[in-house]
Design a protein around this ligand. Structure first.
Ligand code: MLT
Length: 272
């Protein structure tokens, strides 16, 4: 009994019985929800919402947006917008732009299609954004030492950034679809693991990273075909006005910079 009490009162890091690894992948919202219980002071997180939130943020910044502010939900987005009325409001529910029926008042300016975030629409603007999973996942990772907005669009730049910044562990966060894992994010996580594979000793690699990499290696020849296995991929491909988003988000290395979620809760390109 006495021994049990002692174990229960240990500080979190001493009582943490996870096998210590240096690279792991979180596949589901339940996994990223549990990040709040972990000490991330020396951790780096890369957050992927390939279809489409993080791909859209990267596109917005590449097209000259000043910043993207991820909001947890619609009320928070509206509150942030009230404080900064010059900002654009962006985001989706069920894949489509948030309209007045969901806000009780106004239509959002933009949805979550990266192809909407042209330089004509976004250059110089701050964008307040809320999406079903991507913005929540970013917020869940926000206490990490470095939080990188993940995309295939700039995957090589992300790999270089990870290699050039010291971290005790790399946590690759998949935003998923609703409350479940998603194939597209697992594939992107696997692609990143593959680029970084030889940076980590085998004993430092979690099985979750192995799983993601194996999935990627099995599908890398045709990622677009793999999107037909994904719920969100199928949903987008079934919407004529959004289907081209899928191919757009699968482009590799069209952007050479890395976007970070800062301690102020704002996403910007590193160094800007
Ligand atoms: C999300 O955040 O859940 C996604 O980006 C959904 C979408 O494709 O719009």
């Amino acid at each position: 009994m006495g021994r049990l009490r002692a174990a229960v009162s240990l500080p979190l890091h001493q009582s943490d019985r996870r096998l210590k690894t240096k690279i792991e992948v979180l596949f589901t919202p339940a996994d990223f929800g549990a990040l709040a219980k972990r000490d991330l002071a020396n951790s780096m997180c890369v957050v992927f919402d390939i279809l489409r939130a993080t791909s859209t943020m990267l596109t917005a910044l590449a097209n000259g947006a000043a910043a993207v502010v991820p909001a947890e939900d619609i009320p928070e987005a509206l509150e942030l917008h009230k404080r900064n009325p010059g900002a654009l409001l962006a985001g989706e529910r069920n894949g489509v732009r948030i309209r007045a029926n969901l806000t009780g008042s106004i239509d959002f300016d933009l949805g979550n299609s990266p192809r909407e975030f042209t330089s004509e629409r976004v250059a110089g603007r701050t964008i307040v954004m809320t999406t079903t999973n991507g913005t929540r996942a970013l917020r869940a990772a926000s206490s990490a030492k470095r939080v990188i907005v993940g995309g295939l669009l700039n995957l090589s730049a992300i790999a270089r950034d990870v290699q050039s910044h010291h971290h005790d562990e790399l946590i690759v966060v998949c935003s998923g679809t609703l409350e479940q894992a998603s194939i597209e994010d697992a594939l992107a996580a696997g692609a990143l693991c593959d680029l970084l594979w030889h940076q980590y000793l085998p004993r430092e690699i979690a099985d979750s990273a192995q799983i993601a990499r194996e999935l990627y290696l099995a599908h890398r020849g045709d990622l677009f075909a793999a999107m037909r296995l994904s719920r969100n991929g199928r949903r987008l491909l079934g919407m004529p006005e959004l289907r081209d988003d899928v191919q757009f988000c699968l482009q590799r290395d069209t952007i050479q910079r890395v976007a970070l979620l800062g301690t102020d809760g704002v996403v910007r390109f590193a160094g800007s």
